[in-house]
Design a protein around this ligand. Sequence first.
Ligand code: ASP
Length: 312
Amino acid sequence: MPAKNSASAPRYALAIHGGAGAAPRAQLSPEHERRYRTGLEAALDAGFTLLERGGSALDAVAAAVHLLEDDPCFNAGHGAALTRDGAAELDAAIMDGRQMRAGAVASVRHVRNPIELARRVMEKSRHVLLVGAGAEEFALEEGLPLVPNHYFRTAERLEQLEAEQRGRHVSDLMPAAAGTVGAVARDGDGNLAAATSTGGMTNKRPGRVGDSPIIGAGTYAKNGVCAVSATGHGEYFIRAVAAHHVCAAVEYRALTLEQAVRELLHEILAALGGDGGLIAVGARGRIVMDFSTEGMFRGARDSSGRQEIAIY
Ligand code: ASP
């Protein structure tokens, strides 16, 4: 759908991503493209409907990410990328820009929707980041749905793992399976929020944690400044403290959100040798989506009428 912009700042806005790195355009079949677009549209609709009804940015990003976790096309929840021993280990984070509260989980193997657990960590615990067995014990106490690890594993992800282990490097975003998911939003009260969820990198070492659940690296939100969710080669995003860098550049150096995102992706990460993408929403509801990879599964909608889903 073509983007439609209006001159007035949108009251509320939502952007989502389904991972950076998309397979070369020629390799993406119309059927796969249709599946990705349908998944992105459903998530965008779910989050945006909440914003339209006066819901919070926090609820909108959680709802969008929850749906993408349930969609086997994306590398989060059901359909996550697999570790080198064939298991799914999931990472997720959520941040509320209101008081800069945050919650995150890493290396969980049985929580059906890691984003819900990240939110419980933020709202119901004294902590910010819980990992592994301790995180799962907390999920149990909170009554969140737990599933056997094979729930997350799909035929496409197994194929991808086997190809990688045979030495054929395949992108985490080969045609049959897209990437990490994330959402950023501004609600009608001006509050900002960000959420990210992932299975990480295919063939990763068990215990490896990427940028997604690291507050300031893959996920960050601060009212009055911006909210950011990243995707890409996590080790580089951690080293660059990517999401926080974007916010700090806007807040302290008065860069526009576009300039800050561009600097991070195309100068700082590029100089380190890393690539990926970012979605961000500014204090006045401006959405920026940029990437240094071939593509990034993404979608945006705001109250001024902007509505788009794109891959390349
Ligand atoms: N950033 C994620 C990680 O490194 C992977 C991705 O976005 O594709 O875990």
